[in-house]
Design a protein around this ligand. Structure first.
Ligand code: AMP
Ligand code: ZN
Length: 114
């Protein structure tokens, strides 16, 4: 997707503060952090929303979660705790239509979220 912000980050056309990358996923710091640690884990492949996930992408979806938990361990927030969130479409507040998993940590998280 040539006009997708996160595809541009994947291609290196927009700079980002990358904390992890491999052949399938990239993780980088959110430009507008909502917690002391706010990292986005995305697939390199363009997938617009969680609604477009297919069964064959199950390993990729799992890898996004594993990437987040590994980063949480590296940041040493795994024992205190953290939140992972994927917003889907308008009512959830999705603004970038390339699926991404938010990793939020470093402050108490309220439930239910606003
Ligand atoms: P969402 O509202 O779930 O679609 O989340 C999109 C997230 O992308 C927001 O938290 C934004 O702050 C973040 N974001 C937007 N542009 C950039 C960028 N260039 N680099 C890093 N994060 C970004
Ligand atoms: Zn994209």
């Amino acid at each position: 997707m040539s006009d997708c912000l996160f595809c541009k980050i994947v291609k290196g056309q927009i700079k980002s503060d990358i904390v992890y990358q491999d052949d399938d996923v990239i993780a980088f710091r959110d430009i507008n952090p909502q917690a002391p640690h706010h990292i986005l884990c995305i697939p390199r492949q363009h997938i617009a929303t969680v609604n477009e996930f297919t069964p064959t992408q199950a390993p990729l979806i799992g890898k996004l979660v594993l990437t987040a938990s590994n980063i949480a361990k590296q940041l040493q927030v795994d024992q205190d705790g953290y939140r992972i969130v994927m917003n889907c479409n308008r009512m959830a507040g999705q603004t970038v239509f390339h699926v991404h998993l938010h990793l939020l940590a470093g402050r108490p998280m309220h439930w239910p979220p606003g």
